[in-house]
Design a binder for this molecule. Structure first.
Ligand SMILES: C[S@@+](CC[C@H](N)C(=O)[O-])C[C@H]1O[C@@H](n2cnc3c(N)ncnc32)[C@H](O)[C@@H]1O
Length: 217
């Protein structure tokens, strides 16, 4: 089996999301249509960030920018970062008043201690688990003291290699971890996990999923 290197997985993720971007943007629900608990966690995150007043929020792996725009509409100074140029271009077109940049959560190119919040919303599950500590260390680095992280994603213990995504060929892989393991990794990165929500499959979501809220001390 070929070893997954950082470069090869990022290339696969970028190329796959460039391919599926337009279909993904059509199909992904508006944040207002998400389940009440997920909407609640986004609202808690937005309020925590506003109250902390520690700086802007990066929506890391923002895709077409729907959640970035949702945060901005709730009074948060939010911008988006995504690996896929096609996603960034769709986000800019849909939300021309907001800033979207192409970049990777592995090296955000943002100064240390500068962000009031990092949102990683269904965007870390393509990162091989061995590389997640570096991603979470990057989130910790860019957050200002008192800044908040909201992580939301599918959870489990599977490694999936789908050949299709949103009806298109894809080469990304899925690495699902338990909420406990993600919380442990966030703690090891120096973040304090302040809330955990685990949800069973329901409605559109066919897998278990979780939200973790954490703070940089
Ligand atoms: C399932 S989509 C979620 C998009 C958005 N957060 C949403 O909820 O609609 C995953 C996104 O994460 C992005 N992504 C994955 N790995 C990334 C990385 N290392 N750096 C930046 N973006 C990444 C992908 O390009 C894709 O747009």
């Amino acid at each position: 089996m070929a070893r997954v290197t950082e470069t090869s997985y990022l290339t696969a993720v970028r190329e796959s999301y460039d391919t599926v971007a337009a279909t993904y943007a059509e199909r992904v629900p508006e944040p207002a249509e998400l389940d009440p608990l997920s909407r609640g966690m986004l609202a808690v995150f937005a309020e925590s960030v506003r109250l902390a007043g520690a700086g802007p929020v990066a929506d890391v792996g923002c895709g077409p920018g729907k959640v970035t725009a949702h945060l901005a509409a709730s009074g948060v100074d939010a911008f988006g970062v995504d690996l896929s140029a096609r996603m960034v271009s769709l986000a800019r077109r849909a939300h021309p008043h907001l800033r979207f940049v192409q970049g990777s959560m592995t090296a955000l190119g943002i100064g240390g201690d500068t962000l009031g919040g990092v949102l990683a919303w269904y965007s870390t599950h393509h990162t091989p688990p061995a590389l997640l500590p570096a991603v979470f260390a990057e989130f910790h680095r860019v957050l200002a003291p008192g800044g908040h992280l909201l992580w939301g994603c599918h959870i489990g213990d599977e490694h999936l290699r789908p050949s299709q995504g949103y009806g298109h060929p894809v080469s990304y892989e899925w690495y699902l971890l338990s909420a406990e393991r993600v919380a442990e990794l966030l703690g090891e990165a120096g973040l304090v996990v302040t809330a955990r929500l685990v949800q069973e499959p329901e409605g559109r979501l066919t897998r278990r999923h979780a939200c973790l809220l954490a703070r940089k001390p």
